[in-house]
Design a protein around this ligand. Structure first.
Ligand code: ATP
Ligand code: MG
Length: 229
């Protein structure tokens, strides 16, 4: 397997009136192509901060971060934006769907930005997340869990190199969450997408090839798991 990215001694410190908050406190991590990582940790442990640094939404305050052997841009919003556009899919906790576009159009827009105008692929992605009957509805006309599934389909539509998700099944019931995770695993394998998903749900560990636990801004355990899917 090829190495996709490497963080060394990464720090993200915040200066606050009460003192320095070490949201990331010396994180070193290597991720290889095709890995499916689940990131677990208590509230406030640094999970979102780590995803934001991985995606170059945020700039670390120390350490190094290389992606495919190149330094990831920091402190330069244009370069950070183009890094994200070229490499990253990110499912946010609040899914930011465009309200004036239908479910299908939300997917088509992202796909077209990535150079693919084929509507059958967008429909296939929506089928994968179980929304084939809702494609012509608007986000305001579907439930929160359904909107989340649109956001998940949209994140795969651009075929990112690295797919990141923050509590991406947080609004779904167990059955739907399992269906969506299976669809995601299938899509990631087929399209050779590497993924890092943050969750509180230990039940999702079975979909991962690797589980990393973080606490107080530090990695406290990192284990590979045998694939049984
Ligand atoms: N802008 C900020 N200024 C100061 N401290 C911050 C800021 N953003 C985050 N933090 C602190 O950094 C730490 C890590 O926050 P982070 O959002 O990464 O946690 P998390 O693991 O995602 O938690 P949760 O599970 O609750 O989403 C927390 O202690 C938080 O209070
Ligand atoms: Mg968080």
């Amino acid at each position: 397997m090829n190495k996709l990215l490497k963080m060394e001694n990464l720090e993200r410190h915040y200066e606050t009136p009460a003192g320095v908050v070490k949201a990331l406190d010396g994180v070193s991590i290597e991720i290889y192509e095709g890995e499916r990582v689940i990131l677990l940790g208590p509230s406030g442990s640094g999970k979102t901060t780590l995803l934001n640094c991985l995606s170059a939404l945020d700039s670390p305050t120390g350490g190094t971060y290389k992606f495919l052997d190149n330094d990831v841009p920091r402190d330069n919003s244009e370069m950070m934006t183009s890094f994200r556009r070229d490499n990253i899919g990110y499912v946010f906790q609040f899914f930011n769907l465009l309200q004036d576009l239908t479910v299908l159009e939300n997917i088509l827009l992202i796909q077209e930005l990535a150079g693919n105008k084929d509507p059958s692929r967008a429909k296939e992605l929506l089928r994968l997340v179980g929304l084939e009957d809702e494609i012509n509805r608007f986000p305001g006309e579907i439930s929160g869990g359904q909107q989340q599934r649109v956001a998940i389909a949209r994140s795969i539509a651009k075929r990112p190199t690295l797919l990141l998700g923050d509590e991406l099944t947080g609004n779904l019931d167990t059955e739907t969450s399992n269906k969506v995770m299976l669809a995601l695993v299938e899509a990631c394998k087929k399209e050779k997408i590497t993924s890092v998903f943050v969750t509180h749900d230990e039940g999702l560990v079975k979909y991962a090839t690797r589980v990393i636990r973080i606490d107080s801004g530090k990695i406290i355990s990192d284990e590979n798991i045998v694939e049984d899917l």
